[in-house]
Design a protein around this ligand. Structure first.
Ligand code: HEC
Ligand code: HEC
Length: 261
């Protein structure tokens, strides 16, 4: 099932809403018991609190709060709105964490979670997930028609010069694995997540540093285009090397604030 009403009322919004409901459910399941346990410790049990201080402060322990939604190594979960993080450029992940903390990108469970975390902590979490290399998931099954998939392929690989839509691959890379430091790969993401993000740019719930090139691209896409690129991308097999291309490997068709020269 893809979002089909992205144009006006909204797939982006409805997807985001559903994502939020899911997020609150997961937070409640994993977080409330942990928070209650922590309160008990500080209030009454000094010995146990000392144990807590001696607990290993490894990165894996710090990102435990993230893994119910993003997977142990950031590989993603079964939830179609919770994105994979593993192997995306660390600069990109850091930009997103800043954007959630500062409210530029909106998803309440994450806005809330990051609210008081300092920059170096965010940077360390970004580095951690960028370094993880769990394999990409096998391509998803699709109920999209051949025609839809061909339209998606054509936008991703060639764009549409008449409508001034550059090929997605001209920025996300010929293998769609992204480029350091600020451009994410587009593989291993589910169609629902991709449509929701493109919707987010259209509705302004997701923005990036100016010039916000994805905002410009998303504004030129129709509902049909969004369905097609989301479906096509989700059917792509993993390339042999899924690491992002090194900085400066290719020149973008126009400037993006999140990918400084
Ligand atoms: C309750 C579930 C949940 C928890 C817990 C959570 N996230 Fe997220 N995260 C999401 C969802 C859903 C999105 C996509 C939101 C949107 O639509 O923009 C997201 C997006 C992200 C992104 C952007 C990914 C991309 O490709 O643009 C990063 C980075 C991220 N999360 C990191 C973290 C870190 C680090 C933690 C732990 C401190 C964390 N998340 C905890 C659900 C969660
Ligand atoms: C001019 C360069 C450029 C072009 C062309 C472009 N993108 Fe992007 N895209 C970016 C940048 C930069 C980001 C990261 C934005 C940020 O920092 O939030 C991004 C992010 C994204 C994301 C978010 C990924 C995630 O993990 O959340 C999606 C989805 C996306 N692009 C899809 C597309 C599609 C589909 C096309 C083609 C129709 C396209 N992009 C064309 C530059 C581009």
């Amino acid at each position: 099932m893809y979002c089909r009403n992205n144009a006006d009322l909204g797939c982006g919004r409805e997807s985001t809403r559903r994502g939020i409901r899911e997020g609150v459910r997961v937070l409640a399941r994993y977080w409330v018991p942990a928070a209650v346990a922590a309160l008990h410790l500080t209030a009454s049990n000094v010995a146990a609190a000392q144990d807590l201080n001696q607990a290993p402060d490894t990165m894996a322990a710090r990102v435990e709060a993230c893994t119910p939604c993003h997977g142990n190594k950031g590989e993603g979960t079964n939830d179609v709105y919770f994105p994979r993080l593993a192997g995306k450029p660390s600069g990109y992940l850091y930009n997103q964490l800043l954007a959630f903390r500062n409210g530029r990108r909106k998803y309440p469970p994450m806005n809330y979670l990051l609210e008081f975390l300092p920059d170096p902590y965010l940077q360390a979490m970004a580095d951690y997930f960028a370094e993880q290399r769990p394999p990409l998931p096998p391509p998803g099954a699709t109920d999209a028609s051949q025609q839809t998939l061909q339209h998606g392929q054509s936008l991703v690989t060639r764009g549409d010069p008449v409508r001034q839509i550059p090929a997605c691959g001209s920025c996300h890379g010929p293998a769609l694995t992204g480029m350091e430091p600020g451009i994410p790969g587009l593989l291993g993401l589910r169609p629902n997540y991709i449509s929701a993000q493109l919707g987010g740019w259209r509705y302004g719930t997701r923005t990036a540093k100016s010039p916000d090139c994805m905002q410009m691209v998303a504004a030129r896409l129709t509902e049909e285009d969004v369905t097609a690129v989301a479906a096509y991308l989700a059917t792509r097999p993993a390339p042999v090397n899924s690491a992002p291309a090194p900085k400066g490997t290719y020149v973008l068709p126009f400037a993006c604030g999140s990918e400084p020269d």
